[in-house]
Design a protein. Structure first.
Length: 83
C-alpha cells in the first residue's frame, strides 16, 4: 500500500476549523487521515514524524487559516516557468 499525502491534507483541511479553536499557531502531524500529535514548534513536529514514520509517510502542517494564492497565467496554461 502506498502512502497518500493528499488524503492526509484533505483530512487536515476538514479538521482545520476545530484545530483553529484548540491549537491555533501549533504544528500538527497527520498520518493515514488521523491527527497523530500536536507540537508547539514545527521543527519538533518534523523531528518526531521522521523518527516515528520515516521520510515522506506523513504531513506536518501549521494550524493557521488557509490563504489562497492566485496562480500565474503561465502556470494555469501549463507553460514552464522561465527565469
Amino acid at each position: 500500500m502506498s502512502y497518500d499525502q493528499r488524503a492526509d491534507y484533505q483530512s487536515f483541511k476538514k479538521q482545520l476549523p476545530k484545530l483553529l479553536d484548540s491549537h491555533a499557531g501549533k504544528s500538527v502531524v497527520f498520518r493515514n487521515g488521523q491527527l497523530v500529535q500536536v507540537f508547539d514548534d514545527r521543527q519538533e513536529a518534523l523531528s518526531y514524524a521522521r523518527y516515528e514514520f520515516g521520510i515522506g509517510n506523513y504531513i506536518v502542517q501549521e494550524v493557521q487559516e488557509l490563504v489562497s494564492k492566485p496562480a500565474s497565467r503561465s502556470l494555469l496554461a501549463g507553460q514552464p516557468l522561465t527565469q
